[in-house]
Design a protein around this ligand. Structure first.
Ligand SMILES: *[C@@H]1O[C@H](CO)[C@@H](O)[C@H](O)[C@H]1NC(C)=O
Ligand SMILES: *[C@@H]1O[C@H](CO)[C@@H](O)[C@H](O)[C@H]1NC(C)=O
Ligand SMILES: *[C@@H]1O[C@H](CO)[C@@H](O)[C@H](O)[C@H]1NC(C)=O
Ligand SMILES: *[C@@H]1O[C@H](CO)[C@@H](O)[C@H](O)[C@H]1NC(C)=O
Length: 469
């Protein structure tokens, strides 16, 4: 049944099950007018005259419960390709493309989580110069069960790595693991939030030659082993300083040597053949990290391993020459560490949603993205959905680095099933402006969010977890 509703006035009109149509001409109009000259509209007219930035239409829509809806817009675009902005309940806003058309056309405007009761959906001018006939809301269809694989890509994965991926699969879509990068920041959470994250994030940054020669030292491997002994799950990234070609100037000091703009190291030429000096240096660095990974393997610590992170951003040298060299280096890393060094404790986590950069389902155990939206504690569902499409829902998805912690009820409502979040260190976790202490306390106390005490014994898959009891 199609229900035409205009600011509380209900009229029964048609055929689509569960869909509600809100006519634009019946909404609150700001700086725009009702037109009737372009035929084919529904209701008694359409809205036109979006010619200044403050022009808008406000729809008052209602929902019986807090629920997710698919939103679409019926528009006409005789003046060319345009963008509009859709704002739900006066917060944030998402841009919607309205391609040129001379007939009344329906476009998806994504999903909106309505509150129980009345809500406002505002269409703001943005580029302007389009005609709006109506908006339509239909309850989102719940996604079916995930079909992700929990068998590591490495056939020789050891029992620790297998148990880790299996455990992640067991909570996927049901819970989210809390995580924190950097031991000091993790300790800050324990001391201030009163709960310890389930995942500790560490870095191989200061183990490579180009940094050790400048006096860098790291104890991250020891810290990770200690945290694993407490029952925590370990993730490692690698801010890999270029092995040579660092500018080491005041503007680009040696310690920022992982940035593209701090080195003239060229990944593309280094990977051209396997005999040149720079290829050899890359292998040497990988071998140095292998020594550390072996300590972790010997201590029965499986690792969610996230090398070559944020490659598609191009701000790190491994992404500076486009997707092909980055994917090549990913494969070299994988082969060197698993086949040559026999490291079987790794869960391979790729860190980009861009299809052109994806190494492939046979090269990746987990996919992830890094997101920093200050002031937005929403579910980052658009990025989640991109990652879902990237692998056709065959890999578990993680929020590997975040600035703002996501609200658990929004994660569930939008079905943004991130398996873990890991907040960046320093001001991001403890500064108060990205995440207030009250918010962190509330989120860490949520039933949906797993903390260190709740995942004890995760390696033993037969035993029920604390949160299942
Ligand atoms: C929206 O509609 C509801 C009734 O459906 C009404 O109570 C409320 O005041 C309206 N809100 C606005 C902003 O017009
Ligand atoms: C819709 O508009 C396009 C051009 O924008 C035109 O080619 C097409 O024939 C139109 N379709 C209908 C059903 O009017
Ligand atoms: C290796 O990289 C350095 C630094 O970018 C560069 O100066 C040098 O020419 C490269 N060597 C080869 C053999 O490509
Ligand atoms: C995605 O998975 C579904 C069912 O699991 C399958 O029918 C579909 O062909 C897959 N699509 C791609 C692009 O692999």
């Amino acid at each position: 049944m199609l229900v035409t509703r205009a600011c509380g006035l209900v009229a029964i009109a048609g055929t689509v099950l569960g869909q509600t149509v809100y006519e634009a001409e019946s909404a609150v109009l700001n700086g725009v007018t009702i037109g009737t000259s372009v035929a084919g509209f529904s209701g008694t007219g359409y809205v036109e005259g979006f010619d200044t930035a403050t022009d808008s239409i406000s729809f008052n829509v209602s929902s019986s419960a807090s629920k997710l809806y698919d939103l679409s817009i019926v528009y006409n675009g005789p003046y060319g390709d345009k963008y509009t902005t859709v704002v739900l309940n006066d917060v944030g806003g998402s841009q919607v493309s309205l391609p040129a058309t001379t007939n009344w056309t329906t476009v998806s405007a994504g999903q909106v989580l309505l509150n129980a009761g009345s809500n406002s959906i505002q269409i703001q001018s943005n580029w302007g110069w389009y005609l709006i006939d109506s908006i339509k809301l239909a309850p989102s269809v719940k996604r079916g069960a995930h079909k992700v694989t929990t068998t590591p890509i490495n056939k020789n994965a050891n029992s620790d790595a297998k148990a880790l991926l299996k455990y992640l699969g067991s909570i996927y879509g049901k819970k989210i693991l809390s995580g924190q990068h950097d031991q000091d920041a993790l300790d800050w959470v324990t001391n201030n939030v009163g709960k310890t994250p389930a995942i500790g994030g560490y870095d191989f940054m200061d183990y490579t030659e180009s940094r050790k020669t400048h006096g860098a030292v790291s104890t991250d491997v020891d810290k990770a082993i200690a945290f694993a002994k407490k029952g925590g799950i370990i993730t490692f990234q690698w801010h890999w300083g270029a092995p040579t070609g660092l500018y080491d100037t005041a503007d680009h000091p040696w310690y920022s040597g992982f940035y593209t703009d701090a080195t003239d190291f060229n990944i593309e030429t280094a990977l051209k053949d396997t005999t040149n000096a720079n290829y050899t240096l890359l292998i040497k660095d990988i071998d140095t990290i292998a020594i550390e990974l072996k300590k972790l393997q010997a201590a029965a610590v499986p690792i969610i391993f996230r090398p070559l992170h944020e490659a598609e951003g191009a701000w790190f040298w491994w992404g500076a020459k486009g997707p092909e060299p980055a994917k090549k280096l990913w494969n070299i890393l994988y082969d060197r560490l698993t086949k040559y060094h026999k490291l079987n404790n790794l869960i391979w986590e790729w860190n980009s949603a861009a299809a052109a950069w994806y190494p492939g389902n046979d090269k990746v155990d987990l996919v992830s993205a890094d997101t920093y939206n200050q002031g937005d504690h929403g579910p980052v569902s658009a990025t989640y959905n991109s990652l879902l499409a990237l692998t056709n829902d065959t890999k578990i998805i993680a929020a590997a680095e975040i600035g703002s912690v996501m609200e658990p009820d929004q994660l569930q409502a939008y079905q943004a099933d991130w398996v873990y979040f890991a907040v960046w260190s320093g001001e991001f976790i403890s500064g108060g402006s990205w995440n207030s202490l009250d918010l962190l306390k509330r989120i860490y106390a949520s039933d949906y969010v797993l903390t260190l005490d709740e995942i004890q014994g995760w390696k033993k898959t037969t035993k029920p977890m604390a949160w299942e009891a």
